[in-house]
Design a protein around this ligand. Structure first.
Ligand SMILES: Nc1ncnc2c1ncn2[C@@H]1O[C@H](COP(=O)(O)OP(=O)(O)OP(=O)(O)O)[C@@H](O)[C@H]1O
Ligand SMILES: [Mg+2]
Length: 354
C-alpha cells in the first residue's frame, strides 16, 4: 500500500471534522475523495501531507508510519507532492522558479521545469510573475510545482475548480496521463461527482467525517452501500420488498438480489434502465404519466396499477419504441437488484418524492 489512513480523527476546537477515516490506496492507484463543501476533504489531505497532525489514528506513506501517537514526520520529509486548493504561489518568484522550487539547485533551470510548463500549457509563460497570470493559469503552475519532485504520492485539492469547462476537461485528461506515466499514486479531492467518476480508479465518498464507501465507479453505481449513496450516483426507484431465499418479493414481482441480504423487510434499488417496458410483457401494468426524450435515450414516468407500488422511472434505450403519455404498458424489472434492510433513514428517503 502506498497510503494507509487508519481511524484518523481531527477536530478544530470542539468541531469534529474527521471522525475515523479509513482509506488504503495501492501503488499506482488514482483515488478521488468526494464530499460536499466543508466535509473535511482539505483537512484529510493536509493530515496526509503533514501540514496538520491527526488527533488520533495512523497515517502510513509508502509503508512508513508518518503520523501516529508517537511519530510525526514533517511534510518536507514525506516526499509527497501537494497541490493546494488555492494557488499559494510565491509572489516574488517567476513561474519557472515557482515550478522548480522544490528541486535540487542544479535542476531548477533544467529540462524538467520546461517539460512541466509545457505539460500544463504554459510553455511561454515561465518568466511571468504570479500576479501576471489568470486564476486558472496560477492553478496550473501549482499543479506543475506539485509534480516537479516526481513524487510517488500526489495529493490534488480540487485542482480544476477555477478552470472553465473546456480547459478543465483537457487538463483533467493530461493530469491523469502524466500521473499514470510517472507511476505515481494520486489522491484527488473534488466535490464534482462526474469528475470523480470519470477520472478515478476508485472513489471514496466522505459522509459525516467517515468514508461511507470506497469503490470503483462501476460498483458505486451498481452496489451502493446505502440508499443515500444510490441517489447520489444516478436516478433511483426504491421499492419496498420482503427478502427470502436470495430473492425479494415486490409489488412488481419476485426479483433476483445481487449479493446477500438478511430475510425480512427491505428496500430495493431498481435503476431506471432495469425497468423494461418494451412490449414483451411482464408481471405488472402501468400508465405512462409523461416522457422525456433525450435523443440517445428517453425517460418515462410510470404509475403502476399494482397497489402499493410507487411511481417509477424507466429508461428506454431505443426512443423509437417510446410509449405515448396515457398509454397502458406491461412492465418487468430486469434483475439483479440491490436490497438493504429497512431502517429509519431509508424510511425518510422513501417518503421523499423521486
Ligand atoms: N484551520 C481551521 N480552523 C478551524 N476550523 C477549520 C480550519 N480548517 C477547516 N476548518 C473547518 O473544518 C471543516 C472542514 O474544512 P475543510 O477545508 O477540510 O473542508 P472541505 O471539504 O475541503 O471543503 P471545500 O470543498 O469547501 O474546500 C469546515 O467546517 C471548516 O470550517
Ligand atoms: Mg477544501
Amino acid at each position: 500500500m502506498d497510503l494507509e489512513v487508519t481511524d484518523v480523527t481531527k477536530a478544530y476546537g470542539a468541531t469534529p471534522v474527521l471522525a475515523g477515516i479509513d482509506l488504503a490506496i495501492g501503488s499506482g492507484e488514482f483515488v478521488a475523495v468526494l464530499g460536499p463543501s466543508g466535509s473535511g476533504k482539505t483537512t484529510l489531505l493536509r493530515v496526509i501531507a503533514g501540514f496538520e497532525r491527526a488527533d488520533a489514528g495512523v497515517v502510513r506513506v509508502h509503508g512508513e508510519t508518518v503520523d501516529d501517537a508517537t511519530t510525526f514526520v514533517p511534510a518536507e520529509r514525506r516526499h509527497v507532492g501537494y497541490v493546494p486548493q488555492e494557488g499559494s504561489l510565491f509572489p516574488h518568484l517567476t513561474v519557472a522558479q515557482n515550478v522548480g522550487f522544490g528541486l535540487p539547485h542544479r535542476e531548477r533551470r533544467g529540462a524538467r521545469v520546461a517539460e512541466l510548463l509545457s505539460l500544463v500549457g504554459l510553455a511561454d509563460l515561465g518568466r511571468r510573475y504570479p500576479h501576471e497570470l489568470s486564476g486558472g493559469q496560477q492553478q496550473r503552475v501549482a499543479l506543475a510545482r506539485g509534480l516537479a519532485i516526481d513524487p510517488r504520492l500526489v495529493l490534488l485539492d480540487e485542482p480544476f475548480s477555477s478552470l472553465d469547462a473546456g480547459l478543465r476537461a483537457a487538463l483533467r485528461t493530461d493530469v491523469r496521463r502524466v500521473i499514470r506515466e510517472a507511476g505515481a499514486t494520486a489522491v484527488l479531492v473534488t466535490h464534482d461527482q462526474d469528475e470523480a467518476l470519470s477520472l478515478a480508479d476508485r472513489v471514496a465518498v466522505i459522509r459525516d467525517g467517515r468514508i461511507a464507501q470506497c469503490d470503483t465507479p462501476e460498483r458505486l453505481y451498481a452496489h451502493p452501500a446505502t440508499p443515500e449513496l444510490a441517489r447520489q450516483f444516478g436516478e433511483v426507484n426504491l421499492l419496498a420488498g420482503t427478502a427470502r431465499d436470495g430473492r425479494v418479493v415486490t409489488a412488481l414481482g419476485d426479483l433476483n438480489v445481487a449479493g446477500n441480504v438478511k430475510p425480512g423487510a427491505v428496500w430495493v434499488l431498481v435503476r431506471p434502465e432495469q425497468v423494461v417496458v418494451d412490449g414483451s410483457g411482464g408481471p405488472a401494468h402501468a400508465e405512462v404519466l409523461d416522457t422525456e426524450f433525450y435523443g440517445h435515450d428517453a425517460v418515462v414516468r410510470l404509475r403502476p396499477e399494482t397497489p402499493g407500488a410507487p411511481c417509477l422511472l424507466a429508461r428506454v434505450a431505443n426512443p423509437s419504441l417510446l410509449p405515448a403519455r396515457g398509454e397502458r404498458v406491461a412492465l418487468r424489472v430486469a434483475g439483479p437488484v440491490v436490497a438493504w434492510p429497512q431502517g429509519p433513514e431509508e424510511d425518510a428517503l422513501q417518503a421523499r418524492p423521486a
